[in-house]
Design a protein around this ligand. Structure first.
Ligand SMILES: *Cc1c(COP(=O)(O)O)cnc(C)c1O
Length: 355
């Protein structure tokens, strides 16, 4: 019998559980853009509280959370500062420039985490020739930094430096709850000094759609206007919000399982000749590894792996990313490791035949 496909491409591929589907089916709904959807209102209150903010707004995506925040905090001609690998710079189709007229100053780091000194160097001097720095974006956890958790001391330092320079602060918390589970430090503590912060419902939490952006009441009022302008205002969105509420009730603590699976995967892969990964680098649910030593290119590796029933992503020439999520078992992870070991072996054999 054919075995089920194991998709480790991203936690965005997580599917609603039966309990979540039931919660969605039975949600009480209304017109959310008239503030008449009780389930959306409940979700917003819940996330505002979770992040220690006055209010929150439900968005169709994390991308819109980021871009609404940029639009509210900045004016055209301003600059935002973020890590070189940040989602807001690399995966949002240039929206800070296209929507808000904002330039980006990227900081080069090892794991997507910059410190006070690096931030200080990135802040523009006050000059009529130079666009003013306005906003600092922190991505907790850092996706392309390999799921690294910003240490709270580093966050406090960066916040302090930004405040001294009069800058605003925004937290891209797509995986903030992963940081909470990994470190034991609350999402509220991580986000408390930021002007805005959001969490994604459709990643590790396993909901189908949406992100929730929180901040002070005035900020959220302005973010609502941007949401309306971008066509992000919805109607009976409570069906989606119900999935988010269900996830916050039932899927937060279980994120620890994803972290265990990521560690297990990294340890297994580290024993395969030709694959390079340091299991100590894995802090949450994201595993990056390098396949240069196998003689395969990343896209080739991923295509052949897919044919064997395992999905992963190729980023860069020989870099592969895997992200376990809800629904994966230890057996699935073991099968992914075994499949890769066989694939690498088969590749070595066929290469030696050619030679
Ligand atoms: C996925 C992601 C986003 C965007 O979220 P969507 O809901 O997919 O729009 C933003 N930032 C980071 C770090 C992400 O991983």
């Amino acid at each position: 019998m054919a075995q089920a496909f194991i998709d480790l491409y991203s936690d965005t591929k997580s599917l609603p559980t039966d309990g979540m589907r039931k919660a969605m089916m039975t949600a009480v709904v209304g017109d959310e853009q008239k503030d008449e959807d009780p389930t959306v209102l409940k979700l917003c209150e819940r996330v505002a509280d979770l992040l220690g903010k006055e209010a929150a707004v439900f968005m169709p995506s994390g991308t819109m959370c980021n871009e609404a925040a940029v639009a509210v905090h900045c004016r055209p001609g301003d600059e935002l500062i973020c890590d070189r690998t940040a989602h807001i710079l690399n995966s949002e189709t240039g929206a800070p420039a296209a929507i808000s007229g904002v330039t980006i100053y990227p900081i080069d780091t090892r794991y997507g985490i910059f410190d006070r000194v690096a931030l200080r160097k990135a802040i523009r001097p006050d000059s009529r020739y130079i666009q003013p720095s306005r906003l600092v974006v922190v991505e907790q956890t850092s996706n392309f930094g390999g799921g690294r958790v910003w240490p709270i001391e580093t966050i406090d330092e960066v916040v302090d430096e930004a405040r001294q320079a009069g800058l605003k602060l925004h937290m891209d918390g797509a995986r903030l709850l992963n940081a909470q589970i990994a470190s034991g430090i609350s999402a509220k503590r991580y986000a408390e000094k930021f002007d805005s912060a959001w969490i994604d419902l459709s990643k590790g939490l396993g909901a189908p759609v949406g992100g929730v952006l929180a901040g002070e009441r005035d900020f959220v009022k302005s973010a609502w206007r941007v949401k309306q302008r971008l066509g992000g205002a919805m109607r009976q969105a409570g069906f989606l919000a119900a999935a988010g509420l269900y996830a916050l009730d039932n899927h937060v603590d279980r994120i620890a399982e994803d972290h265990e699976h990521a560690k297990m995967l990294a340890i297994g892969l580290s024993k395969i000749e030709g694959i390079r990964v340091n299991p100590d680098d894995i802090e949450t649910n994201i595993v990056f590894f390098d396949v240069a030593g196998t003689g395969m290119k990343g896209v080739d590796f991923v295509a052949r792996l897919k044919a064997q029933g395992v999905g992963m992503g190729a980023f860069g020439e020989t870099t592969i990313r895997a992200i376990p999520f809800i629904g994966h078992s230890r057996d699935d992870i073991q099968r992914a490791i075994d499949t890769i070991a066989q694939l690498v072996q088969a590749n070595i054999r066929s290469n030696s035949k050619v030679a």
